[in-house]
Design a protein around this ligand. Structure first.
Ligand code: NOJ
Length: 749
């Protein structure tokens, strides 16, 4: 008995320790709070931009330093580097209460080493690799003095016109939730107090991805059911993973700007979900409530935002200029201010900054991580796993011979054409940093291919055209290069500033004359491989229909060229699967795989007879969610169930045998979808409920099993109750959301 008790005590020790530490922090927070004036409290709720320049003054606005000295600033963003952060922290140490500053930065897909954009990483469906990517970003950023990253962005989006889809994990709440958790774990590492852990900031709360028309900063109008079922799950997953902070968003949700939204921030996040961290506004979003037509002026905006639960004002200056007065005038309760400041101070304590404000200021560490070769290896691994093989046929036509990819390393002459062939910084994509030595460090497609080829091989370069060019002047040189080559690789796409914040596009076709260039090269009769670099799903129908081999290469970061070459030459067998549906035309947007069946579903792609269809194109996307090929092929057997009639909490075990029926070893993402056939509210035709990424040698078979319980079948009913309903369920398994094997089970309460 005693032995058991001792064991129990030992098992509980870490939990008790954490609790003791937490209450110790709470006490310390209270002891600081007691010393603070109202103005100092509001100062903690104020965040400024650093306007830093590596060789110039740290803040262009000299007064910011004075304000820090007066305790009027709680956090700075965009001040990086040990040197700069130390200088500003020293200024904070001259303030009356010596409360340390928090340094935040948009470390979205790497810091020093740029990893693939988050949407590309999502295409890997490789959760371990995604977590490692975030971990490395945190190691590099924290070594440069950063405490806090404004990531992960977990906005679900069904609209590829929205430029910010590049920052998220795509259209699916299940995949998005798993990735959100992995990213939080990666950023926050072993926990605060470790000098390589940075605070995550889950954004943008909430529903920003549903901006009307895909236009950035636009309004969102959606049902509560849709909000809960599709848009909130990744936020909840990130919260459950322990995310330290949240950022609200620019959009209004059903008429209330997110920044002033009490339901989102206070009722849901802080009260119902019991979030103990703090919420930062998006840049200027407190003041933007005036433009929304929700606040009369900045003072009013400060009142609305603070009362709704926005704890920190990023750069709108509404709090610092008006909040203290509003408290004195009775518009905001002191308890609201105290709660916000407590949340902020608590994180500063947890990060260990009160004990040592300079703990992230270590030049030796900064130097060591600046060129850590292990990070480049991880970036290359992540990048090759993010590439999606969209098509791979023989140049003679489908089924007419050997597929074009992978390319033989002994090929005599390879023409490498297109604006990305020697492109450098466009590989990095939006939300990446320009470091002085980038040009030497970034692996271009050209160098990646060069590194693969034997000495007997030759490469010919022609740009052909620029990304957004309207001129065909470079075509002839490209055609000549193609005519002199055995194989042609054309690299096209979007420039790094064509997707991202404020980068919505009404047309998402390949920009400029790039598709014309592809046509001209195809006309040479040479075998052509097209690589598409972009931050979103693009439309390239002619290319998709005529070019034998296409790789979607997103924006892959520092190691882009090496990773693409690994795939082109078969050193890595592509395994990526699309995290968003690729439309045929913009007219299909919003487009997503988990739609409702409607009362008049089309019987097939050609059915237009008074059914829910277009008269000028099929409903289906060009490439469906979850789609991606391999150099090998996978065959799926029939689904096997432990039972087809289930009751209550009984688990359903479903198995399928997957066989690598081709000649290459390779990975496959086995995806499980379900459909609730009849519900008290209509249910989607498919919902992703599980996936496993497996590796199979050529000829190998594996039986893969999933366990489904009624927890997985829950949804929000009309009363917003989250529960499952008895009835028939279709279970589907396949290598993408379209091609699945399926069977039905019956489940009673
Ligand atoms: C605005 C963006 O919406 C947000 O995601 C970002 O973190 C802030 N600017 C800070 O750069």
């Amino acid at each position: 008995m005693i032995k058991q008790l001792v064991l129990l005590l030992i098992a509980c020790a870490p939990i008790q320790l954490v609790h003791a530490q937490m209450s110790r922090i709470d006490k310390r927070v209270d002891s600081v709070l007691k010393l603070m004036t109202l103005e100092e409290k509001v100062g903690q709720m104020n965040q400024y931009n650093g306007d830093w320049a590596a060789t110039g003054p740290i803040t262009q606005d000299g007064d910011k330093q004075n304000q820090i000295r007066k305790g009027m600033v709680g956090s700075m963003l965009n001040v990086t580097g040990v040197d700069h952060t130390r200088t500003l922290q020293q200024v904070a140490m001259q303030s009356r209460l010596k409360i340390p500053l928090l340094f935040g930065q948009d470390v979205i897909h790497g810091y020093r080493t740029t990893f693939p954009i988050p949407l590309a990483e999502a295409a890997s469906w490789d959760i371990t690799a995604i977590e490692l990517s975030a971990r490395i970003a945190a190691i590099e950023a924290s070594a440069a003095g950063i405490h806090w990253t404004f990531a992960p962005m977990v906005d679900i989006s069904r609209d590829p016109r929205w430029g910010r889809v590049m920052e998220g994990a795509g259209e699916d709440p299940y995949l998005g939730s798993i990735i959100a958790k992995a990213r939080v774990n990666g950023f926050q590492g072993k926990g605060f107090g470790h000098t390589d852990a940075v605070m995550a900031c889950v954004k943008h709360f909430a529903a920003y991805g549903a901006a009307v028309g895909g236009r950035d900063y636009n309004s969102v109008d959606m049902s509560m059911r849709t909000l809960y079922e599709l848009y909130l799950p990744p936020f909840k997953a990130a919260l459950d993973a322990g995310a330290a902070t949240f950022m609200n968003s620019f959009n209004d949700l059903n008429g209330i700007p997110a920044t002033g939204n009490t339901f989102l921030q206070r009722d849901l996040l802080k009260n119902k979900w019991k979030f103990t961290g703090f919420i930062v506004s998006d840049w200027g979003s407190v003041g933007e409530m005036i433009n929304h037509g929700y606040a009369t002026d900045n003072a009013h905006a400060a009142v609305l935002a603070a009362n709704a639960g926005s704890d920190m004002d990023m750069e709108s200056r509404s709090y610092i200029q008006h909040l203290a007065r509003m408290v004195k005038g009775g518009k905001v309760k002191m308890s609201v201010i105290d709660d916000a400041v407590r949340r902020i101070l608590k994180k500063k304590f947890e990060m260990g900054l009160f004990d040592d404000p300079f703990k992230f200021c270590n030049e030796a560490r900064e130097k060591e991580q600046w060129n850590n070769p292990a990070h480049l290896l991880a970036a290359r691994d992540m990048a090759k796993k993010s590439i999606v093989l969209l098509k791979n046929e023989s140049p003679l036509g489908k089924g007419a011979g050997v597929s074009l990819l992978p390319i033989n390393k002994q090929t005599k002459t390879i023409a490498v054409i297109g604006p990305f062939a020697k492109g450098v910084k466009d590989n990095l994509g939006f939300w990446s940093y320009d470091w002085a030595d980038d040009t030497a460090r970034i692996k271009t497609l050209w160098t990646g291919i060069q590194n693969k080829l034997s000495s007997g091989s030759k490469m010919i370069y022609a740009k052909g055209c620029g990304i957004a060019d309207t001129s065909r002047a470079g075509f002839q040189e490209a055609i000549d290069a193609a005519n002199n080559a055995d194989i042609v690789i054309v690299s096209v796409g979007e420039a790094r500033n064509m997707s991202g914040e404020a980068k919505s596009r009404s047309s998402i076709q390949l920009p400029g004359v790039q598709e014309e260039l592809i046509k001209a090269l195809m006309a040479t009769g040479k075998p052509v491989v097209v690589l598409i670099s972009a931050g979103r799903p693009l439309i390239f129908n002619w290319t998709a229909d005529h070019v034998p081999a296409i790789l979607y290469t997103w924006w892959l970061g520092t190691e882009a060229g090496n990773a693409i070459a690994d795939v082109l030459f078969g050193d890595y067998n592509p395994s990526g699967k699309l995290p968003m549906s690729f439309p045929r035309t913009e007219g299909q947007i919003p487009i997503f795989y988990n739609y409702y069946n409607t009362g008049r579903p089309a019987k097939n792609e050609n059915d237009q007879n008074y059914v829910s269809a277009y008269i000028d194109l099929p409903n289906s996307p060009k490439f469906p969610f979850g789609y991606g090929l391999s150099y090998t092929s996978f065959e799926y057997g029939q689904l096997q169930f432990n039972k087809t009639s289930l009751k209550g909490k009984e688990p359903l075990k479903v198995s399928v045998t997957v066989t690598n029926s081709g000649t290459y070893a390779g990975e496959e993402v086995v995806q499980l979808y379900s459909r609730d056939m009849v519900g008290s509210v209509v249910r989607p035709v498919k919902e992703l409920k599980g996936f496993q990424k497996i590796f199979l040698q050529a000829g190998e078979s594996k039986t893969i099993s999933f366990v489904i319980t009624t927890n997985d079948l829950r949804f929000y009913n009309n009363e917003l109750k989250f529960d499952w309903e008895a009835g028939e369920f279709e279970i589907m398994i396949g290598g993408n959301s379209k091609d699945v094997k399926s069977a039905k089970v019956n489940w009673v309460k």
